[in-house]
Design a binder for this molecule. Sequence first.
Ligand code: SF4
Length: 334
Amino acid sequence: MSKELFDLEIEQIQKTVQQHNAKKVLIQLPEGLKPQAPKLAEAIEKAGAQAIISGDPCYGACDLMICEAENLGVDLVIHCGHSELIKPKTRVPIVYFHAKANLDIKPAVKKAVQLLKPWTKIGLATTIHHVDQLEQARKILEKAQKTVFIGDTGHGKSPGQILGCDYTNAKAISDKVEAYLFIGGGQFHPLGLSLATMKPTVVADPFGNAAYTIEVEAQRTLQKRYASIKESQKAQNFGIIIGLKPGQTNIQAATNIKTELESNGKKATLLALREITPDALMQFPTIEAYVNTSCPRIALDGSSVFKKPVLTIAETHVALGKTKWEDLLEKGLL
Ligand code: SF4
């Protein structure tokens, strides 16, 4: 396994299966790790349990297969690639394996130093896959005369760790830093970091051995968000989206925003969805705009593919004139 980009800790998973005396195991993996699923299933079967791989998308630890585990009659759920987000009361135990990256981050961080030249106070952030490597990045930055900050608010997260919907570690150091360095692959997390903190964000991508800034993408996203808010102001009929994934369900928030819309003369319908896709929302032609109370990134990242505005709750308050757009920008979109 050590040659793979991510370490699935197969021996540790086998031990966990045996420690739980599990006879049937359900495995959840994010898309990037699914190619390793058959190998993992084989290892679990060697450890004495039947292995069932979930083929459904799994974007985060909000997406726990609690009902599915019951339906399938499994004794254990192995959730790979994310860290624990919620603590639901479940009969079937859920054990997390983080899938730490097996990559050397140093070459990409050295490239990022060039892009960080305008600033001296730098905040570090990353995902669970690289949290153990942040000290290596700190050393490189300090050698380049930077002062480095790593946020640590606890709450079950590692120092410097961010999630697509949780930037509290980064925000905790926001008043001390001039810019952030994100270490990891893809634009999803650094874009969120930039929108949450409204600070310059540089990416050191060890997968592509590259460094780049996220500013253009962040500006483009802000323009799209503002356009969506403006468009939603013309709407009379709103759909309020309730996520059905365990860590995304917030019925109270959905009820509250429905009441707020109705008291502003709008009509609002509650909709519960597991996968929030443009095709799913196309089924409601009379609805002119949506408020999403589930994963906040769906509205922010998917806005370009949705045919109608899909707002976060905070953006809906801007649309209703309860908050100024400038104040929302000041606070951060996430
Ligand atoms: S709610 Fe969205 S951003 Fe947060 S963990 Fe789930 S999928 Fe990721």
